[in-house]
Design a protein around this ligand. Structure first.
Ligand code: 5AD
Length: 311
């Protein structure tokens, strides 16, 4: 199949052929796409599925993203922020499980993020060889610098959509795609390994938008790529919108594996909610899983989308 061989060898295809891969009903072609992604993953990243221990630090968020279950204006969310002791005890459990990366993720909360600086420093002192990944949204550049200096290595900040108009449909003012992209560039400049990514099938997303996402990620070349389907959440403006397609998500994972062979790509929880497990993602080119180590009592409150804490 010329299309996929071309993608494998040049890490690039014209737009029309990428669109065809996203849209085709030709099952043989799609089997080959996923098989090629799996082959490239095994050749470049090896057999090992990398594990990252996820600590959902806080569901306090200043933003009001229309899709998200911890958006600021969603009522009935019991807001929490883990204490220093709770975070360090999550780290103990992650380390004891033999996992080499802590991921601290939370809502966008600049004041709270600043309080994480000394905690990150302690994590770095206690576990010198464990990678520390942060996923805390858009923060003042000084805060990014302080977190980096305290010992964090990586930062995940999904761009959510590469199209400015579509970005505005998902994120009310003052959020802007431009400032998200500026943050991604600053994070890289500071020496973080950077992750970006988006939801598949978010309301208003077209095939053309997905193509723009592919091109944006291709040109930025993130070290990590997070892609999951949109899943509606109750009591959000998008609660009645249909979920994104698991199949399209898998195709996009496979395409990104072929375009950026070195990237670390998780098989996301949102995808597992739709497919029943992390397996399909791993077979389409993903090489990372992120088991959740948030304390049970708080885990149910980190309720980004329907079904999240049941997998
Ligand atoms: N469906 C799927 N993913 C979601 N996220 C937030 N809300 C939803 C939803 N309803 C994703 C966003 C965000 C990440 C932490 O979770 O892409 O970046």
């Amino acid at each position: 199949m010329r299309t996929i061989e071309t993608l494998k060898s040049t890490h690039n295809l014209p737009d029309a052929e990428l669109l065809e891969l996203l849209e085709t009903a030709d099952e043989a072609l799609i089997r080959q796409l996923k098989a090629a992604a799996l082959e490239v993953k095994l050749a470049v990243k090896g057999e090992e599925v990398l594990r990252r221990g996820l600590i959902e630090w806080s569901n306090v968020c200043r933003n009001d993203c229309l899709y998200c279950g911890i958006r600021r204006s969603r009522q009935g969310v019991a807001r929490y922020t883990l204490s220093r002791e709770q975070i360090l005890s999550c780290c103990e459990r992650i380390h004891a499980a033999g996992i080499g990366t802590f991921v601290l993720q939370g809502g966008e909360n600049p004041a709270g993020a600043l309080e994480l600086v000394p905690i990150v420093r302690t994590m770095r002192e206690r576990w010198p060889s464990t990678a520390i990944t942060l996923s805390l949204g858009e923060l003042p550049f000084e805060t990014y610098a302080l977190l980096k200096e305290a010992g964090a290595n990586r930062f995940l900040l999904r761009h959510e959509t590469a199209n400015p108009e579509h970005y505005r449909q998902l994120h009310p003012a003052p959020m802007r795609l431009e400032s998200r992209l500026e943050c991604l560039h600053e994070l890289r400049r500071l020496g973080f390994e950077v992750g970006m990514g988006m939801m598949v099938g978010s309301p208003g997303q077209s095939r053309q938008h997905l193509l723009e996402d592919i091109r944006l990620m291709q040109s930025f070349g993130p070290e990590m790529i997070g892609i999951g389907p949109f899943i509606p959440q109750a009591d959000t403006p998008f609660e009645h919108h249909p979920a994104g397609s698991a199949e399209t998500t898998l195709r996009l994972l496979a395409i990104m594996r072929l375009i950026l062979p070195q990237a670390n790509i998780p098989s996301t929880t949102a995808l597992a909610v739709l497919t029943g497990s992390k397996q399909a993602g791993l077979e389409a080119g993903a090489n990372v899983v992120m088991p959740v180590f948030t304390p049970e009592t708080e885990k149910i409150k980190y309720d980004l989308y329907k079904g999240k804490y049941h997998v």
